[in-house]
Write a protein that binds this ligand. Structure first.
Ligand code: PLP
Length: 379
């Protein structure tokens, strides 16, 4: 059975150009980047080239990019160290953030008494920016931080990052923006958009797993998160994941340079899928923003509940299709995800997130539609 992979918001297959480059570096550049001899200097310059590439794409300074093991690490670093070292007492967020934000905020509230306020969100998952503005002007003595994601991984709704940046800048508030899903898909120009921290994860844009980065605005340099050697200009001790770093930079470069072509291709698949779902099935709904500002590789589809549809994810999987349920499954009991709960998704409907990449084809989409026909009511 040829399998169809439609779970690209979860992770993406590695681009073979990236893999080839990583293997070449693995073979030829084994020196420890901290060593001052030739082998070390070669590895060090490979890392610095990668940093330069990422900084150039983001229009950031080279000294503002720090390599990490994942976006989870980057986000933990930004949030925890802003509380520990930059005097943050109050963090404003939204109930639709990724767990690496959500659970970190719980920890900071429980262990360090940080006040956490979650903005109201509408039924598409857009946070209330008027409420944000009011909160930012309340109690101006209190050091605040805003953490809002640029693009939601489950429903694809996107934030007006520039506007939030302006609100934060005007009130001297730190702004951490989770750009994991949008990097390489949208042009993020940090010379025009105010943020204190953004984070990236290579495996979301056809790079390797286990490597990410943190952008930290020069004004908000925080002390090291990991203590040890002087790697990453003392910010993150530990011998660098040189293969991962090189793979991440090349993957981002390819994604960024070719983004308009990829976007056109993926939007073509998404529109075709939506059109067939709407015209051939009963009572299909789509979660999240569908117009103007949305993550074009994500389509969150809400199906009418039927005995077969209740097992939709499982049935798709055994039919050779990998997608993602909108459910967090704990103790064997599937329940709506925190994102679907926050937007008021009816619990008697079933949501599946399909997410696409440059490698998917129209034929695959048609095959998925045909499989779905045997699993959910058609019109
Ligand atoms: N933020 C968002 C929006 C994500 O989708 C993910 C990954 O699922 C993360 C953060 C965490 O990224 P990583 O896998 O690099 O820890």
């Amino acid at each position: 059975m040829t399998r169809i992979y439609l779970d690209n918001a979860s992770t993406t297959p590695i681009d073979h150009k990236v893999l080839d480059r990583m293997i070449a570096v693995m073979k030829d550049s084994f020196g420890n980047p901290s060593s001052i001899h030739h082998h070390g200097r070669v590895s060090k310059s490979i890392i610095e080239d990668a940093r330069k590439k990422i900084a150039y794409i983001l229009k950031a300074s080279i000294g503002e990019i720090f390599f990490t093991s994942s976006a989870t690490e980057s986000i933990n670093t930004a949030l925890k160290n802003s509380v520990h070292y930059l005097g943050v007492k109050h963090i404003i967020s939204s109930p639709t953030e990724h767990h690496c934000v959500f659970h970190t905020l719980d920890h900071l509230a429980d262990q360090y008494g940080v006040t956490v306020t979650y903005l109201d969100v509408d039924d598409k998952g857009n946070p209330d920016l008027t409420q944000l503005e009011t909160l930012l002007h309340t109690n101006p003595e209190e050091k605040k931080m805003v953490t809002l994601m640029h693009a939601n991984n489950e429903i694809g709704t996107m934030l007006d990052m520039k506007k939030v940046g302006e609100l934060c800048q005007a009130t001297d508030t730190l702004f951490q923006c989770d750009t994991v899903q949008s990097l390489g898909k949208f042009d993020i120009n940090l010379s025009e958009t105010y943020t204190s921290f953004i984070s990236g994860s290579a495996h979301k844009f056809h790079g390797p797993k286990g490597v990410g980065f943190l952008y930290m605005n020069m004004d908000n340099i925080i002390p090291p998160y990991l203590h040890g050697g002087a790697q990453e200009r003392n910010m993150r001790a530990g011998t660098e994941n040189i293969y991962g770093i090189v793979g991440q930079a090349l993957a981002l470069e390819i994604a960024h340079t070719e983004r308009e072509d990829h976007k056109a291709h993926i939007l073509g698949l998404r529109d075709h899928f939506k059109q067939r779902l709407t015209s051939e099935f009963v009572d299909i709904r789509f979660n999240g923003n569908q117009e103007d500002h949305f993550l074009y590789h994500v389509l969150s589809v809400s199906f009418l509940s039927t005995p077969k549809a209740d097992m939709l994810m499982f049935n798709l999987d055994i039919s050779g299709i990998s997608a993602s349920s909108g459910s967090a499954c704990s103790s064997g009991i599937a329940s709506d995800s925190h994102v679907l709960t926050a937007i008021g998704h009816p619990s008697d409907r079933k949501t599946i997130r399909f997410s696409f990449s440059k490698y998917n084809t129209l034929e695959e989409i048609d095959t998925v539609v045909e499989k779905l026909k045997s699993l959910t009511p058609t019109s």
